[in-house]
Design a binder for this molecule. Structure first.
Ligand code: ADP
Ligand code: MG
Length: 463
């Protein structure tokens, strides 16, 4: 019938616009490399902020003692403690706790958010038990993973440039986030010092390097997306400080804000952006990350409901609610292998209160999820190629076998199997067999938490 033809036309047109043939991905990778150069050349030189992290030494394995970490970067935050035993004993013991952030605190006041965080931290510290040995007479030390764009002023301080990922608290912008946390800890008489302020990419890089010396970059694919990598200090023209002894500096790319004419946006992407808390910003992130994939699918479904009546004569009211369809839902539908697509049926019912869909409709929905996830995964691979190119690791040099490992973390990478395999296969496809044989993507499980604790250790006030 005409209805089906219309629904299929909407799907095919969308698929067409979302196409990421290899040639286009190469253009995206090249654009990424160009923007990396520009962002390193001067402050504000690019959409890519290429932030200097002040981390010029990554963990070696010698780190020893009890350290804490706090990871704030999305819907949950985590507190973690780890007893480090040096080269021989490595991570002797670790414990963590996850706390979800009440939505009203994500858009409330700075004080309320940091008070809430400090309270959870204080409670966790109070539960410190056997196997953890605070050094007598010393303050406990904390690595703070804060995964929003920060203008770093030292390894342990930095001001918030802007919120992303659904946070919007005006009075934190421009403030030192370590100062905010410290104030909240002091109110509670929690005697602890933040010795490292990093973001999740840098934490993951540090955690990855602790386990594998060949880790050169880290990428997060979670609620948001970002990347960090190890740059040669002399290749950072905007750095006017002393060159670090190591000759290296970790750069936080803030690649979520990448944009390029080669990223062709669909009408749905434009609408999503316009309605977002940060219009015009974080365009790469809005195409790739877990916060947005489900919402893109929802927007296309609304169009199909309106113009092709795929759910009957009226648009189901729930479907009209922004962000009601989350990426874990679309992921579950995408992975549905039952012959009658019962996972799709149950998600439609549970999340959107839509029942009695035909198998044909459910098949369209699976295809739609595939289009959205495939584009995101392939663009992520192009981004990684951009980093490898910047480092000259996208080719095989004669007589030189350089292994490159990229540490990956984040819920999207971890749980969305089709996204992950598409991303990894696309990277191989882009690199070609010979180079791909020396490039490895490794899951750095909770690297950011451990990584922050490791950086807290290597920047301890007692060293
Ligand atoms: P954050 O990025 O907030 O620090 P995570 O790295 O744990 O946290 O990522 C959480 C995100 O991962 C969620 O917002 C969601 O988009 C995505 N995610 C979690 N579980 C799944 C899943 N089963 N399938 C697809 N995406 C998932
Ligand atoms: Mg995270």
């Amino acid at each position: 019938s005409g209805k089906w033809a219309r629904a299929m036309a909407i799907l095919r047109e969308f698929e067409d616009k979302c196409g990421t043939p290899i040639g286009k991905l190469r253009q995206v990778a090249d654009a990424m490399t160009v923007e990396m150069h520009a962002g390193l050349a001067s402050e504000g030189g690019s959409k890519l902020k290429m932030l200097i992290s002040y981390v010029d030494n990554l963990p070696t394995g010698d780190e020893k003692g009890l350290f804490y970490a706090l990871d704030l970067g999305g819907t949950n935050f985590r507190v973690l403690r780890v007893q480090l035993g040096g080269k021989e004993n490595r991570v002797v013991k670790q414990e963590f706790e996850e706390v979800s952030i009440p939505p009203h605190l994500m858009v409330g006041s700075s004080e309320a958010l940091f008070d809430f965080i400090a309270q959870a931290l204080a409670k966790f510290v109070a539960e410190e038990g056997e196997g953890f040995h605070p050094a007598p007479g010393r303050q406990r030390e904390l690595g703070f993973t804060f995964s929003f764009p920060v203008r770093q002023t030292s390894i342990s301080s930095g001001t918030l440039i802007k919120w992303t990922k659904g946070f919007s608290i005006e009075d934190t912008v421009g403030e030192d986030v370590v100062g905010e946390l410290t104030k909240a800890m002091e109110k509670l008489k929690l005697d602890m010092r933040v010795t490292a302020l990093v973001n999740d990419t840098i934490g993951t890089l540090a955690g990855g390097r602790y386990h594998d010396n060949d880790v050169i970059a880290a990428v997060i694919l979670g609620t948001g997306t970002n990347a960090a990598y190890v740059e040669r200090a002399h290749a950072i023209p905007k750095w006017h400080g002393l060159l670090p002894k190591s000759g290296e500096m970790v750069i936080n790319m803030e690649w979520g804000n990448f944009r390029s004419s080669h990223l062709s946006l669909t009408e749905y992407d434009h609408a999503l952006d316009a309605e977002s808390l940060n219009p015009g910003e974080q365009i790469f992130e809005k195409l790739i990350s877990g916060m947005y994939l489900g919402e893109i699918v929802r927007k296309v479904l609304v169009k199909m409901a309106e113009e092709a009546a795929i759910f009957g004569d009226t648009v189901p009211p729930k479907l009209k609610i922004p962000f009601i369809l989350r990426t874990p839902h679309t992921s579950a539908m995408h992975h549905d292998t039952s012959p009658d697509l019962k996972v799709v049926a149950s998600k439609l019912k549970d999340v959107l209160e839509i029942s009695n869909t035909s198998l044909k409709t459910r098949k369209i929905i699976v295809e739609l999820c595939d289009v959205v996830a495939t584009r995101g995964a392939r663009l992520s691979a192009a981004g990684i190629l951009g980093i490898l190119k910047k480092l000259g690791r996208d080719t095989v040099r004669v007589g030189e076998k350089q292994k490159s490992v990229v540490a990956l973390d984040g819920g999207l990478y971890e749980h969305y199997t089709k996204f992950r395999t598409t991303m990894e296969n696309t990277l191989k496809e882009l690199l070609g067999d010979e180079v791909a044989a020396n490039v490895f993507v490794e899951h750095s499980n909770d690297g950011s938490g451990i990584g922050a604790a490791l950086l807290a250790a290597s920047h301890s006030q007692y060293l």
